[in-house]
Ligand binder design. Structure first.
Ligand SMILES: *Cc1c(COP(=O)(O)O)cnc(C)c1O
Length: 398
């Protein structure tokens, strides 16, 4: 098919050309005497993305899932009591991993389309007077349903209960796209990956760890080897790694971090919010469809999960868009399979890219007999993007 595939899944995301060039390199010597001149500043600058001054960032070959495993095995022991809630495929998978690692999991199931039940968490933490809960887990941005949760609220609940549990946050589809304040929110383990907000190929697990969580490695009884923080700490201190690092991805990460900090994190977040809002208006006001996210407070700025009307199959929407129009959309996962399709709007995106995908989705919906007016969603997004652009540019220039 002529033209490019329009990649609108919520990760991997579109890679800017200069970042693609940055990873298109010959292999290099990861034990070269000047390698630390590259790695040490990179470790430092990554902290700015997580908004942590006191934490340490580790880079493992792997993906976000490997980052979860690193967070768990380095800081917890089998049988430890942990609190989590499940409201989508990614929070579900984290629960599954906790169970496989034999943790004592207290999982609060909430409806898919809602987020972390902060008040329920607060009650459990208050009730835990013996402080048996060792860790609280939260998926910041549930990519399956397009729901963003209130991590600051969880910190408040922990503090209100004067509870020492550590806070673990899955930020794979939020960090570098939606505001994330590791130190301010008292996050102990923050997990991300290279292929979403960082706009890189898949292949890195990026894990930020607080001093408290680093201390926990001395008592954590889980077996770990490849993901051992200890080995990373020792070698990273000199600017090296315990095994062969993914040097091309690290070079790409340098370009990514420079790009994010160059745009300014606040501008990056504002851009994502604006891109997302245009999509939401197209969906709700233009097409008259519902988002999977139940309330505006849950709306995700990185992905929108869109419900198809009763009697239609969302998998067919994704399939048709792919084969007819060369657009990649996110499918509905597990509980919402067949019910929602997803438009990822994170990473390197602008207005016209989104207008393109919205137009393609409109054609798809109409082809399949889903009653939407031609141009209805695009018109909403056009006017929203057009009328908010000046303000956005002015704010970015400040
Ligand atoms: C993508 C994603 C993951 C899984 O990351 P992988 O890189 O695929 O292992 C975990 N959590 C969330 C919220 C995600 O979006």
């Amino acid at each position: 098919m002529a033209g490019r595939n329009a990649l609108f899944i919520p990760g991997p995301t579109n890679i800017p050309d200069h970042i693609r060039s940055a990873v298109d390199l010959s292999m290099e010597d990861m034990r070269a005497p000047d390698f630390p001149e590259f790695t040490l500043p990179l470790f430092q600058d990554l902290k700015k993305i997580f908004k942590t001054e006191t934490g340490q960032v580790f880079l493992f070959p792997g993906s976000g899932t490997g980052g979860w495993e690193a967070a768990i095995t380095n800081t917890l022991s089998p049988g430890d009591k942990v609190l989590i809630s499940r409201f989508g495929q990614f929070s579900h998978l984290w629960v599954d991993m906790l169970e496989r690692f034999k943790l004592d999991v207290d999982c609060i199931d909430v409806e898919w389309g809602e987020g972390v039940p902060v008040e329920e968490f607060a009650k459990r933490l208050e009730a835990d007077t013996n402080k048996e809960i060792k860790a609280v887990f939260a998926c910041h941005n549930e990519t399956a349903t397009g729901v963003t949760s209130d991590i600051a609220g969880i910190r408040k609940a922990l503090d209100a209960a004067d509870h020492p549990a550590m806070l673990y946050v899955d930020g794979v589809s939020s960090i570098a796209s939606i505001d994330f304040c590791m130190d301010e929110w008292g996050v102990d383990l923050a997990v991300s990956g290279s292929q979403k907000g960082f706009m890189l190929p898949t292949g890195l697990a990026i894990v930020a760890v607080s001093q408290k969580a680093l201390e926990a490695r001395h008592t954590a009884q889980h077996t770990r080897c490849f993901f051992d923080f200890e080995d990373m700490i020792k070698t990273n201190a000199q600017g090296y790694f315990p095994y062969t690092p993914a040097t091309t991805l690290l070079r790409g990460l340098r370009a990514s971090v420079d790009t994010l900090l160059g745009e300014g994190l606040d501008n990056v977040f504002a851009r994502h919010n604006r891109m997302a809002e245009g999509v939401r208006r197209a969906v709700t006001e233009g097409w008259g469809l519902d988002l999977c996210a139940k309330e505006p407070k849950w709306y995700s700025d990185t992905v929108s999960a869109i419900c198809v009307p009763e009697g239609f199959d969302s998998a067919e929407v994704v399939r048709h868009a792919y084969y007819e129009y060369n657009i990649s959309l996110g499918v509905g996962l597990s509980k919402v399979a067949g019910k929602v399709f997803r438009i990822g709007h994170l990473g390197s995106l602008n207005e016209t890219m989104l207008l393109g995908v919205l137009g393609g989705v409109e054609m798809t919906l109409r082809d399949l007999g889903i009653p939407v007016e031609a141009g209805s969603g695009v018109a909403q997004a056009v006017d929203y993007y057009r009328t908010t652009r000046g303000q956005a540019l002015a704010a970015a220039a400040e």
